[in-house]
Design a protein around this ligand. Structure first.
Ligand SMILES: Cc1ncc(C[n+]2csc(CCOP(=O)(O)OP(=O)(O)O)c2C)c(N)n1
Ligand SMILES: [Mg+2]
Length: 559
């Protein structure tokens, strides 16, 4: 295999010594590591255990950092006056490990605020030691956004240093992630005569696969829809975004533009029944191309005209290369105009002032108040359907839903998980009054471990979705959870867990309550609830087929 895996970035959920075998099991024959020990000079037992782990796994070590200070937030020691001893003491150990394992590339990170003269001296020393085992010393350029005090943030700066060291076994470590962020010409960097090692990670979201853009839609000027699970993968306000198709979580313009389409390129979608509704209407005379990495998905619901088994990212990349190779350029067509027109006209109302609150108004307030970096989590109920219809998302993974018929109560643990994964992010769970209590005890976990987030509850004192689904049977049985004046006091539940909350009746107070909750969550480092009392028996638009979705609220006057 031509690729190795950096086991200091991947497989880090495993203890150090288990990672080489995990890499092997995943199909890699070679691995690399940042400096794997706590100290620059570990004892022999630690070194032997590391070497054994690599040998026993049957992988080769093809890259190793000299002692670095990455775990402490540093960027290497080569040019750091305060670390001369640490750097030099480490040389023999690192070269010794590399020699025993036949590793021929050692990465000497330059160091934040490095002294250039000291760096040259240390790099020359390292190169001399590495030459004894026929290894090269690598010098790497990072990006200035994440490493503002690291002096080498361009190919030129790094290769100038390499030339100044003047030794044949000092080479450039071409990290495509850092160079892409710096706007460098990646092809030129790869072809640079000094390039001796390449590292590949996704830009702009290193460590988060799929965060780059693959602008096939822009190149071909074709409208794009998302499914509920994909909300946010194209910005809501993108000129080519035409919403969502479905019998529940959909927009009127989404269904209308889908119904007028003649070809559907479905990427990683699974044609779930709440998306397609009646299949004859959904399929119509349209041509379907279905791309999915999982072969059994193709033809599972209906046979596409063309099925392609592929990672969708690779598929899009290949399509983009083809479009470019053929020199295809396109301006927005009449079809794009038509879809935009539908989007402008076939909307739903959100500007209700009613008390009790009408649900669409809640989502309008959510859209207006929270910014596009907010992470939302939501589970199942009418509130999920209203969310799918009205909530906007602008970036991938910002709208996380557990699936259309998934587990009630998912929001609190999901919010904890998202907040732990993205500690600086604003996290919001949108919950129903019934589902909220399914895993309500997890509030204690959030309180105990200081995990702040905002919960927005749409309280209809009902298992609303079940009530609405029972309507055709003329049933309203055991789904009403109202008693006394307003049923369960969810603010008191929050308080019982040492958290705070507020109950809102008037739509005019939603915004200030969201503002208060956001501040209170940050101040207390705990979950905070905004409980909004909504109309008890309101229904969400729904239907059995995408051309017959029934509306329950007045529609905006068509313009
Ligand atoms: C664990 C689990 N049990 C039952 C269901 C079925 N179910 C879906 S929605 C719902 C009612 C949800 O009520 P609420 O949270 O108040 O939301 P609403 O529909 O009123 O907006 C139920 C019982 C489910 N999805 N998951
Ligand atoms: Mg409810």
């Amino acid at each position: 295999m031509r690729f190795d895996v950096n086991c200091s970035i991947l497989f880090t959920q495993l203890p150090l010594l288990e990672r080489p075998a995990a890499a092997k099991a995943a199909g890699f024959d070679a691995v690399e590591f940042w400096w794997p020990f706590d100290t620059a000079v570990p004892d022999d037992r630690q070194v032997d255990a590391f070497i054994d782990a690599i040998r026993n796994a049957g992988v080769r070590l093809v890259g190793l950092n000299f002692a670095d200070d990455i775990p402490e937030g540093g960027r290497g020691l080569a040019g750091r006056p305060g670390d001369v001893k640490r750097f030099r003491d480490n040389l023999d150990v690192a070269v010794g490990i590399a020699g025993r394992l036949g590793c021929q590339a050692l990465n000497a990170l330059y160091g934040n605020n490095a002294d250039p003269d000291l760096a040259l001296e240390n790099l020359a020393l390292a190169a001399r030691k590495a030459a004894a085992i026929d290894a090269v010393v690598l010098v790497e350029a990072l990006n200035a956004y994440e490493s503002p005090t690291y002096p080498l943030v361009s190919v030129k700066a790094a290769t100038d240093v390499i030339e100044a060291v003047g030794r044949p076994n000092v080479r450039f470590l071409c990290d495509l992630y850092h160079l892409a962020r710096m706007g460098e010409d990646l092809r030129a960097a790869l072809a640079h005569p000094l390039t001796g090692h390449v590292q590949i990670a996704d830009a702009p979201g290193r460590g988060r696969p799929g965060s780059g853009t693959l602008p096939l839609a822009e190149l071909l000027q074709v409208p794009v829809q998302v499914t509920l699970m994909g909300k946010g993968s194209i910005p809501d306000d993108h000129p080519l975004h035409s919403g969502m198709t479905g019998i529940q979580t959909s927009q009127r313009y989404g269904n209308a533009s889908f119904l007028e389409s003649d070809l559907v390129l479905a990427l990683g979608a699974r044609f779930g029944d709440r998306h397609t509704g009646a299949l004859d209407v959904y399929r119509g005379e349209r041509t379907f191309i279905h791309v999915d990495i999982e072969p059994t998905q193709l033809g599972k619901v209906f046979e596409p005209d063309l099925g392609i088994v592929s990672d969708t990212g690779l598929f899009l990349r290949a399509m983009i290369d083809l479009v470019k190779a053929r020199g295809i350029t396109r301006a927005p067509s009449a079809w794009v105009e038509r879809v935009r027109d539908l989007r402008r006209t076939l909307t739903r109302r959100e500007d209700f002032d009613d008390i009790p609150v009408k649900a669409p108004r809640v989502y309008k307030e959510i859209n207006d108040f929270f910014d596009e970096d907010t992470y939302f989590v939501t589970a199942i109920g009418l509130y999920q359907i209203w969310g799918g219809q009205h909530q906007k998302a602008f970036k991938p993974r910002r709208y996380q839903v557990c699936g259309q018929a998934g587990p009630l109560g998912w929001e609190i643990p999901a919010a904890i998980g998202v907040k732990k994964a993205a500690p600086d992010a604003q996290v919001v769970g949108v919950v129903g009054d019934y589902g909220f209590q399914y895993l309500v005890e997890e509030l204690a976990v959030a309180a105990q471990y200081d995990v702040p987030f905002v919960l927005v509850m749409l309280n209809n004192e009902y298992l609303g979705l079940i009530r609405q689904a029972s309507l055709p049977y003329e049933m309203n049985y055991q789904v009403d959870i109202h008693y006394d004046e307003y049923g369960t006091d969810n603010v008191k539940i929050m308080e019982a867990y040492g958290c705070a909350g507020v109950r809102v009746f008037d739509p005019a107070e939603i915004r200030s309550s969201l503002e208060w909750a956001t501040k209170e969550a940050a101040r207390t480092s705990r979950p905070v609830l905004v409980e909004i009392m909504i109309e008890r028996e309101a229904n969400t638009p729904h239907g059995l087929s995408i051309d017959a979705v029934r509306e329950f609220e007045p529609l905006p006057a068509e313009v």
